[in-house]
Design a protein around this ligand. Structure first.
Ligand code: F3S
Length: 686
């Protein structure tokens, strides 16, 4: 004799009910409150909630003490939300997302003028809630049988001719819905149909039918008030002997034993199926199993019922990786279905390692994600999970690859810790020691480091995206060490290599002035620095580079010469179009008399500016008609004098000037004039 027990995979809480129940559990932990109507159609679960301080109320007037009210998964009409706001009552909306979807459909379609036909029980709270979202100017009908529809066809003209939408209560029976659709389609031409029976309901009914067809005995567990449980019992009855029970204690022991005895006479194999409605808690289903085991155990039937039963439960353990279907998302968590009897919760800080993200930024209802079980409360049927840890584990593999292959990864600096920073990268925390962050440590000689100063410097990296090399991964301990400095060095080396492979004399660059000395400036050309001598910065004579540039300026330069061995680049920054020498040659020639300004005095003469950028030398021998031994006795810096251009050396860009020649010419002229005057006087005397 063998007895097989199969528990329907879909038995028990659907995700909408799981969510509502967990919200109630949380409310109980936070001081209790109310549910508007009974949260689920199960008297045992309701009693348990009452013990924990969560009470069902029929009207909002009963919630005058400021405690929170939960709107159950069935949902409510718009008027209830309006009243909650008017009375300023805090509330948690646990309306199932699938019901919310129906509310949106009827709101939008009825606002456009379509009448609404709902297949369902007119007294069911979900149906009442849906009606409460229809526009007041349209007609709303609820049908619960084919006769109801026929009656509308006969008696309501607008039913047939007006625009109409047709949808079902989420827990409607699929076979009935199919019949309803056929007949409504036949009569109404301006019709839109929305298939709103919940998949959880359809699956539960289909599985119940399948299971019952293979079983000799079915036990359907759920509240007497629960319409979806009643439907499961109806389905099962078509195939085999079915017992509908609210709890293990309510099972008719004698009757079941009699049925089993009869079955044993007919066959050596007995198949028992167990299913439960969407509002049946996990604990009650389990209790029914335990009870069944006890009442059927006898010497003739040597069966370990609990072992059989346990086989049919999908178990989870802490550390299990599971696939989770996201049911709902709020500001503090994601509610997920993991395909067991448990309600699954992923707290916000277990969703992602990236700081500042809300749960809705990470997942959305309908997503299928992989998680790890972090905690289980079997008694309440709650499982806590973490997506972050699964991501981190996957990330750890990627980081180990990056470490082995020396590839660069990108992350965000999320915190400053003792001795370094933490970078969130591939969902994992990577420690970057201060010496690998690339910030200047500011330590001089053997002076000890000032931790406060270092922390301040490290804080400048916070929230920045950085590239890093992974230098150590300890998978067992989940410890990862990275280096921003190594990644930066690799990048800089690559830039340098590219630079040296492409450099040529005359090539132009735009670089940033990185540092300044009295003799010139150093310009970053993209990983390599080049030097612009002061004389190459401007055509004008300057004493210090700061007269024309500052550190941080962008400077257009060209390569004058380079030495790849010594890694030296000599740059020029003067624009050839502004060359004053060209201008000088175009405007001046030997013999011209020019006004010049003395710019410097030397032992061998004085330099004087002819035009900006072109100076001429007044040699010591060309300063005066006298024999000059000390230039400074004749000329001073800044003095403006007239001089004659006596020589131009284009090749060497040199100009010679002479004051003396002008003085000689002037003396000659005077002599000539004096002679002419003397001659004139003599002629007159004769
Ligand atoms: Fe929602 Fe479907 Fe359950 S509509 S409440 S998940 S049966």
């Amino acid at each position: 004799m063998s007895i097989n027990i199969t528990v329907a995979k879909t038995a028990g809480f659907c995700f909408g009910v799981k969510n509502a129940m967990t919200q109630a559990e949380k409310l109980a932990e936070n001081g209790g409150g109310y549910t508007l109507g009974q949260l689920i159609h199960n008297p045992f679960a309701i009693k348990e909630l009452e013990k924990k301080g969560v009470f069902a109320i029929d009207t909002l007037d009963e919630a005058k003490d400021g405690k929170t009210v939960i709107i159950r998964s069935h949902g409510v009409g718009q008027a209830v939300y309006d009243e909650l706001k008017r009375q300023n009552i805090p509330y948690i909306d646990a309306t199932c997302p699938k019901v919310v979807k129906i509310h949106k459909i009827v709101e939008e379609e009825s606002a456009k003028g379509a009448n609404v036909l709902i297949a369902g029980d007119p007294n069911h709270p979900e149906v009442k809630g849906i009606m409460g979202h229809c526009h007041k100017n349209v007609k709303v009908w609820v049908v619960n049988s084919l006769d109801d529809i026929e009656s509308l066809v006969k008696n309501e003209k607008s039913f047939v001719h007006n625009a109409l939408i047709f949808l079902s209560q989420t827990t409607g029976k699929l076979s009935k819905w199919i019949e309803y659709k056929k007949i409504v389609k036949k009569h109404c031409t301006n019709l839109k149909i929305f298939d709103t029976i919940c998949k959880a309901t359809t699956c539960r009914q289909t599985e119940a039918e399948d299971l019952a067809s293979k079983c000799d005995l079915m036990i359907v567990v759920g509240g007497r008030e629960s319409s979806n449980t009643a439907k499961l019992a109806d389905i099962s009855k078509k195939y085999c002997k079915t017992f509908f029970t609210e709890s293990a204690e309510a099972l008719p022991v004698a009757e079941i034993k009699a049925v089993l005895s009869d079955l044993a006479k007919k066959s050596s194999d007995i198949n028992i199926g167990i299913t439960a409605g969407a509002s049946t808690p996990y604990g009650i289903i389990k209790e029914v199993h335990r009870f069944m085991s006890e009442i059927t155990k006898n010497d003739e039937m040597d069966i370990d019922f609990m072992a059989e039963v346990d086989k049919t439960f999908k178990r989870v353990y802490i550390g299990n990786r599971v696939k989770a279907y996201v049911v709902a998302v709020n500001n503090t968590e994601a509610i997920v279905d993991i395909g067991t009897k448990h309600s699954g919760y992923i707290p916000a800080d277990e969703l992602t390692a990236t700081p500042g993200l809300l749960p809705k930024d990470v997942v959305k209802p309908g997503d299928e994600i992989e998680c790890v079980v972090t905690n289980i409360n079997d008694q309440d049927g709650i499982v806590y999970l973490s997506k972050k840890r699964v991501d981190a584990a996957a990330g750890l593999e990627k980081l180990a690859d990056a470490c082995n292959n020396n590839t660069t990864v990108t992350g965000i600096v999320t915190s400053v810790v003792k001795g370094g920073v933490i970078v969130t990268c591939e969902g994992s925390r990577v420690f970057v020691p201060a010496s690998h962050t690339g910030v200047s440590r500011g330590r001089r000689g053997d002076q000890p480091e000032n931790p406060e100063e270092l922390a301040k410097k490290l804080e400048t990296l916070l929230k920045k995206e950085v590239k890093l090399k992974i230098i150590e991964v300890s998978e067992g301990r989940g410890k990862v060490v990275g280096s921003i400095k190594n990644a930066a060095k690799e990048e800089s080396d690559a830039l340098k290599e590219k630079f040296w492979s492409e450099i040529e004399v005359g090539k132009k660059y735009v670089g940033e002035v990185k540092s300044m000395e009295s003799y010139g400036v150093f310009v970053d050309l993209g990983g390599v620095d080049g030097m612009v001598h002061s004389s190459e910065l401007t055509w004008n004579r300057i004493k210090h580079p700061k007269e024309v540039v500052s550190v941080g300026d962008k400077l257009e330069v060209y390569v004058k010469s380079y030495d790849p061995e010594k890694k030296r680049v000599s740059l020029g920054a003067k624009n050839p179009d502004d060359n004053p020498w060209t201008k000088f040659l175009a405007e001046f020639a030997v013999g011209d008399v020019v006004k010049v300004q003395v710019v410097s005095i030397t032992p061998f003469g004085a330099f004087a500016q002819i035009i900006p950028g072109v100076d001429g030398l007044i040699h010591i021998s060309q300063i005066s008609l006298d024999r000059v031994t000390n230039v400074a006795q004749y000329l001073t810096v800044g003095q403006v004098v007239e001089a004659k251009i006596t020589e131009v050396d284009e090749e060497k860009s040199r100009v010679s000037l002479s004051i003396k020649e002008l003085l000689e010419e002037s003396a000659g002229d005077e002599e000539e004039a004096a002679e002419e005057e003397t001659e004139g006087t003599e002629e007159a005397a004769e």
